[in-house]
Design a protein around this ligand. Structure first.
Ligand SMILES: Cc1cc2nc3c(=O)[nH]c(=O)nc-3n(C[C@H](O)[C@H](O)[C@H](O)COP(=O)(O)O)c2cc1C
Length: 209
């Protein structure tokens, strides 16, 4: 902890947990939530394309719908909000507004060359497209989890859901994928957190070549 009472990045990393029980009585400051989400956009992305979108689920109606499509996991109803993290498998195409900066600063011809380059890298096969979407959505999700924790809020990453049905129910584009659900709120302090699970060792994970 630094002298302003904020957690260091190392402390954040060690203390972030997937919180199963959210305090239903403790509401979120929506303006702070918007600020945190905006800060999460500092996540890196290929060509700075930021091929992500977030649906912020806060109404009872939308929560009920999502709850049904997430195998009735109670977190969706208990958390004040849930973020549906979406990424575009074709987010390298010219209609992504992130190219605007390049059109202005580098010109039309150079930017179209860059778009062709990005298309040939990421748009080759369905598998490269999926990799493009999932890697970017994952980076955004991790940034969000760390930032919410830094602001003393809790999250729970979830992929236990009916991906295709959520896509339909929330009118996503064909090229968009639901990457993860992220309920956000304050932990219910009256309930015990599950015991933190072991992580693999350095030797299990890393091959030094
Ligand atoms: C992509 C992803 C999907 C997950 N899906 C679910 C889920 O659907 N339901 C659930 O209870 N936990 C889910 N989890 C939470 C994991 O079980 C949890 O992160 C892991 O056990 C480590 O615990 P910790 O996050 O508290 O350190 C998911 C985590 C990730 C990263």
């Amino acid at each position: 902890m630094n002298n302003r009472g904020n957690l260091t990045l190392q402390e954040l990393n060690m203390s972030r947990r997937s919180v199963n029980f959210f305090d239903k009585e403790k509401d979120l400051d929506i303006r702070l939530v918007r600020k945190i989400i905006t800060e999460s956009f500092q996540a890196p992305s290929a060509y700075n394309l930021q091929p992500w979108r977030i649906l912020l689920i806060k109404s009872d109606e939308a929560k009920q719908l999502l709850h049904g499509l997430a195998y009735k996991q109670a977190k969706i109803l208990e958390a004040p909000i849930t973020l549906i993290i979406v990424a575009d498998k074709e987010g390298y195409e010219a209609d992504n507004s992130a190219w605007k900066e390049s059109f202005t600063k580098k010109g039309i011809e150079r930017t179209h060359k860059m778009i062709d380059g990005a298309r040939s890298l990421y748009g080759k096969t369905e598998s490269t497209k999926l990799k493009f979407a999932e890697s970017h959505g994952g980076l955004l999700a991790m940034n969000l989890m760390q930032l919410f924790k830094a602001y003393k809020m809790d999250t729970h990453p979830m992929s236990g859901m009916k991906f295709e049905e959520i896509k339909l129910a929330f009118n996503l584009k064909d090229s968009e994928e639901v990457v993860m659900l992220l309920p956000v709120g304050y932990r219910d302090e009256s309930k015990q957190l599950s015991v933190k699970r072991d992580r693999k060792t350095y030797e299990e994970v890393v091959t030094e070549i």
